[in-house]
Ligand binder design. Structure first.
Ligand code: SF4
Ligand code: SF4
Length: 138
């Protein structure tokens, strides 16, 4: 859940306040976000990817809060790392460019391999030649 708003980094654009789907932040005034309803955080990371200056940290624990130290997070490069990973921000490789695995393959159950005859039946065609040579098709 959301654990940190960096006062030194925040430019008070108010984006995180507007995009949070569960209204976790209050506007302290001038667009600075205050974590007002931490228990409502869905750990969705939307605020992190929208923040243009990497001023937010959402810990990967949805059920409980953890103590964080901004200097440690900054030193480890964690601040803004999810935004970098998903390719938000100018001139960054997109997640689609980095991830060449078709997403659909991950969410569908694995499919059995079809034989040439089964494939031909489904396609309504003669089975392709097993040696790949079209001249030897049955
Ligand atoms: S992680 Fe999602 S739910 Fe939590 S504060 Fe950010 S935008 Fe709101
Ligand atoms: S999106 Fe980032 S810079 Fe903008 S108000 Fe929120 S924490 Fe501050």
């Amino acid at each position: 859940m959301i654990e940190l708003v960096s006062e030194s980094r925040c430019i008070e654009c108010g984006l995180c306040i507007r995009v949070c789907p569960t209204n976790v932040f209050d506007d302290r005034g001038g667009g600075f976000p205050v974590i007002a309803r931490q228990d409502d955080c869905q750990t969705c990371y939307i605020c992190e990817v929208y923040c243009p200056v990497d001023a937010l940290y959402v810990a990967p624990y949805g059920e409980y809060s953890v103590a964080v130290d901004e200097r440690v997070l900054e030193g480890s490069g964690v601040l803004g790392s999810w935004r970098r990973t998903v390719g938000w921000g100018p001139k960054r490789p997109t997640l689609a460019e980095l991830d060449t695995t078709p997403f659909i393959d991950r969410i569908l159950p694995s499919q059995p391999q079809l034989s040439a005859d089964e494939l031909a039946f489904i396609l309504g065609k003669a089975a392709p030649a097993l040696d790949g040579n079209p001249d030897t098709r049955p």
